[in-house]
Write a new protein. Structure first.
Length: 242
């Protein structure tokens, strides 16, 4: 079970996050005063620290600066600011990722899993191949009840074929290949259409809406293809069970 320390002074928010992560089999300790954070983090050495920027006592940037030379785990910032300078400062001090408030628990969970998986992959790199061979291109992707076949462009959900347009299939394939990564509209437009996103075109948004409808993700709050406010779209691999 992965160990997480959550440094967040908002009692309601910290309780919500801790409870949600505990339900997903994480061990979570909560610290609500920045002055108590450094000693606890360095003593416990958790797998990941979730660190609010604005805290009583020491702020999040100061805590990150003080622990990073002695802490090899992941650091994920929580910030109410969309100011790029805050994000840049955090990364320069050694943060691995950030999540802008208001927090969407399922997005936070996806980011945590991505960071922990990246750490495991670094610790256990794949064995080198015995022979030099051409790279393997994925021909199919499977997530619970969802199956995506690239060669014949067939998508099935719960064993039922889902009819998609070419654009919908290409968008789904791209999102699924980057599961648990937030893909910006700029990236999606450049990759799929070869053009810069002008801030006005809603073709990708319409395509996402159509995908959600066809793939049973058209409830009031999507759980499979998530909109991350101000950042883009996130494909959640764990939410495709029938």
């Amino acid at each position: 079970m992965s160990k997480i320390i959550l440094v967040e002074d908002d009692e309601k928010l910290s309780s919500l996050i801790a409870h949600y992560l505990q339900k997903h089999e994480f061990e979570v300790d909560v610290i609500r005063d920045g002055n108590d954070a450094v000693e606890a983090i360095l003593a416990i050495q958790p797998d990941l620290v979730i660190l609010d920027l604005m805290l009583p006592g020491k702020d999040g940037l100061t805590i990150c600066r003080e622990i990073r030379p002695h802490f090899s785990g992941n650091i994920l910032f929580l910030t109410a600011s969309e100011d790029d300078m805050d994000h840049v400062a955090g990364v320069e001090l050694g943060a691995d990722d950030y999540n802008v408030k208001p927090i969407q628990p399922r997005v936070l969970l996806a980011r945590i899993r991505m960071l922990l998986r990246r750490t495991r992959n670094k610790a256990n790199p794949p064995s080198p191949p015995l022979e030099i061979s051409s790279p393997v291109v994925k021909k199919a992707l499977h997530f619970g009840s969802l199956s995506i076949q690239h060669s014949n462009r067939v998508v099935t959900l719960s064993a039922q074929t889902v009819a998609l347009t070419t654009g919908e299939f290409e968008l789904l394939w791209l999102l699924a290949n980057h599961a648990e990564e937030v893909l910006s509209r700029d990236f999606l437009y450049k990759t799929l259409r070869g053009i810069e996103y002008d801030g006005m075109d809603r073709a990708i948004d319409t395509c996402v809406a159509n995908l959600r409808k066809k793939l049973g993700d058209n409830a009031s709050l999507s759980t499979r293809i998530i909109t991350v406010r101000g950042q883009g779209y996130l494909f959640v691999p764990d939410n495709w069970n029938a």
